[in-house]
Structure formats: C-alpha cells, structure tokens
Design a protein around this ligand. Structure first.
Ligand SMILES: [Mg+2]
Length: 205
C-alpha cells in the first residue's frame, strides 16, 4: 500500500510524523519504505534534509529515498527551484517513474513537498502525485492551533476521493484550543490522530 503524506502547509511536521510512524511500524516487524520524490532546502541549513531523516527511519539509502538529481539546494517549491537553478524541468510522471520500487515493503510512504496544491513538478502537485501513484491512504499533517480547522478542511477538499487520516502535530491535551479543534474535526467526520503510535496502528488494522 502506498501512503502519501502531505500537510496543510510547509514545515508542519510531515517528515517528523512520517519518520515516527515508520519507527512504530518497524517495531512491530513491518517492512516499510519511504520516498521523497523531490525535495528542496536552504543550502546553508545544517539540519539533515527530509530524505536523510526518512532514510534513517527506514534504514534505506538516502539516494534511494530521493534521487540526487531531485534534491534542490534552494528553498523554493521543487519545480521553481529547478528553474531558478537552471536545471531541467520535470513532470509528475517523471517523479512517479523515479520512485524506486521496494517489492518487500508492506507500506511505502511517499512524502510530497509543501501542501496538497503546492507545485511539485511543472505540471502538477501532491494531489496529482497521489492520483498517479494510486495512493491507498493520504495522511494530512496539520498544526493543532488557531486556523487549523480551515486549513484541514481546505486541504481535505483538494484530496476528495482519497481515504484521509489527519495527524495533529504538537497536539497538547492540556491546551483547550487543541482539544476543542480536535473535537470539532472529529465531529465533522475527520479521522484525527495525535500520536504516531495510534496512526501506525490504524495503518495496519
Ligand atoms: Mg518534510
């Protein structure tokens, strides 16, 4: 099964959640792979990039997680970074064709870049990627605070048709706003997760 991971925006915790859920799944004996079809980052940032973090979680080679030529050292959406760096343009189909297979993996996580409608290639975004990959589930990572209900609802509208699981990053059960937002979203029909372990359990039940 392919699980596509997106977020209500950039830097909402997609990679952290993906790595944490992978760690939980591998602890139960599941064989799990992760792919980041294209990534971009600030070249002065000394933190590990997304492919590095995911590769540590799955024990794969970072260059299997994200091919070297799809790793853009410029903090713009990947197709915009490629253009600004004078590198060739690429399509969603190019990215799909480059997703390295792992026949042993029971679950393969594929992390997009930014939010569902952020540019991921010259002709599409993470919604298009999920469609071309025939994702079985989409995980949407969101902040749990002010504005999160709107952000989750708008993102969910773009992902209509995919089974959707919503992960609230940095959820604090002593925060009344977080608790109220979670309850509101659950009552609106969203499947909400506040710990990687609970999301991992849901993915294998
Ligand atoms: Mg990330």
């Amino acid at each position: 099964m392919i699980v596509v991971v997106t977020g209500t925006g950039t830097a909402v915790g997609k990679t952290w959640w993906t790595a944490a859920v992978i760690t939980c799944l591998r602890a139960t004996g599941k064989i799990v792979a992760a792919r980041k079809p294209a990534q971009s980052f600030d070249r002065s940032d000394t933190h590990p990039n997304d492919a590095d973090v995911l590769a540590i979680a799955t024990s794969e080679d970072p260059l299997t997680v994200c091919p070297l030529h799809r790793s853009y050292p410029l903090a713009m959406a990947p197709p915009m970074a490629a253009d600004a760096l004078g590198l060739p343009i690429f399509t969603i189909s190019d990215l799909v064709a480059e997703v390295a297979p792992n026949p042993n993996a029971e679950i393969m996580f594929v992390e997009g870049a930014g939010g569902p409608h952020s540019p991921l290639a010259c002709d599409g975004d993470t919604v298009d990627l999920a469609r071309e990959l025939r994702a079985g589930i989409v995980v949407l990572v969101s902040d749990p605070g002010l504005g999160s209900i709107n952000a989750v609802r708008c993102s969910a509208d773009t992902l209509n048709g995919f089974p959707l699981l919503v992960a609230l990053n940095h959820f604090d059960e002593t925060d009344r706003l977080h608790v109220a937002n979670r309850l509101w979203m659950e009552q609106a029909g969203f499947e909400i997760f506040v710990t990687p372990a609970s999301l991992a359990s849901r993915l294998i039940d």
